[in-house]
Design a protein around this ligand. Structure first.
Ligand SMILES: NC(=O)c1ccc[n+]([C@@H]2O[C@H](COP(=O)([O-])OP(=O)(O)OC[C@H]3O[C@@H](n4cnc5c(N)ncnc54)[C@H](OP(=O)(O)O)[C@@H]3O)[C@@H](O)[C@H]2O)c1
Length: 246
């Protein structure tokens, strides 16, 4: 079995997930690049990384709402690479759901991608992770316990993801560690619907370190958790100090 570690990153074709793929790949990890709809971006990223190091990147398509198929992601990693050392739950649906207007479809998408899929994926991946002494890192949000107006279902889902992190840290110990990072403002969502220009300015003014985070800021924190043998059940804010003042 190759000694190069293998990480499965969900929703990794672009934005934060793609940044994390590049960061870990540059540090010797082999990567399973999960995506749902961005096939072109995921394939291009894998091609680029395989050109740099042959056989080091695998794109895999799946809608995470299809929970029964989540074990296929684990199987893909094991078939291609023979081992699985880490899962990073990055994929996320994100849009406003003001109270009075939300639907069961929105619940299914937001809770399905941000909570249900990570939990069932953890269950599917646990045996393979136990074999390598591996770990899970989920990307939560500082708003999981400091709700942002208008984001009810996303908030509920991320709060569940934090609870999952702590619960699984107990359940899967001592063989598998389970941690999370909680970003503040990192890459703004595509389009200006959720945070318009004025809201972005206001948020910027509440960040002690005076800037939004970058994918590399998050990747650095995640890489630390991947290699921290005595940390489990931790939710690490990566927010430029914003949670201190919220
Ligand atoms: N950006 C920020 O400032 C910020 C702040 C706080 C927390 N976070 C968290 O950090 C993580 C990354 O943020 P981001 O802004 O880069 O995320 P994003 O671009 O909004 O979403 C990442 C990916 O999630 C995938 N996805 C959504 N629903 C899915 C489903 N049902 N099945 C499979 N894949 C699905 C999409 O894949 P496809 O494109 O392939 O469809 C998408 O590209 C997320 O967990 C987010 O909640 C981000």
């Amino acid at each position: 079995m190759s000694q190069e570690r293998v990480v499965l990153i969900t929703g990794a074709a672009r934005r934060v997930g793609a940044g994390l793929v590049r960061y870990l790949h540059a540090r010797g990890w082999r990567v399973v690049i999960h995506y749902r709809s961005n096939a072109a971006a995921a394939t291009a990223l894998a091609t680029e990384l395989n050109a740099a190091r042959d056989g080091s990147a695998l794109p895999v398509q799946l809608d995470l709402l299809d929970v029964a198929r989540l074990p296929e992601l684990v199987a893909a990693a094991l078939t291609a690479f023979g081992r699985l050392d880490a899962v990073v739950n990055n994929a996320s649906a994100f849009y406003p759901t003001p109270v009075g207007g939300f639907t069961e479809t929105a619940w299914d998408e937001l809770v399905g991608s941000n909570l249900k899929a990570p939990l069932f994926l953890a269950q599917a991946a646990a045996p393979a992770l136990a074999q390598t002494g591996g770990c899970i890192v989920s990307i939560a949000d500082i708003h999981a316990d400091r709700p942002h107006p208008g984001l009810m279902l996303y908030t509920v889902a991320k709060a569940g993801l934090v609870a999952m992190t702590r619960g699984l840290a107990r359940e899967l110990a001592p063989k598998v560690r389970v941690n999370a990072v909680a970003p503040g403002a990192n890459l703004w969502p595509d389009g200006g619907e959720v945070f318009d220009a004025a809201e972005r300015e206001r948020i910027l003014g509440t960040i002690p370190l005076g800037r939004t985070g970058t994918p590399d800021d998050l990747a650095q924190a995640i890489a630390f958790l991947l290699d921290a043998p005595y940390l489990t059940g931790v939710v690490l804010p990566v927010d430029g100090g914003r949670s201190v003042v919220l």
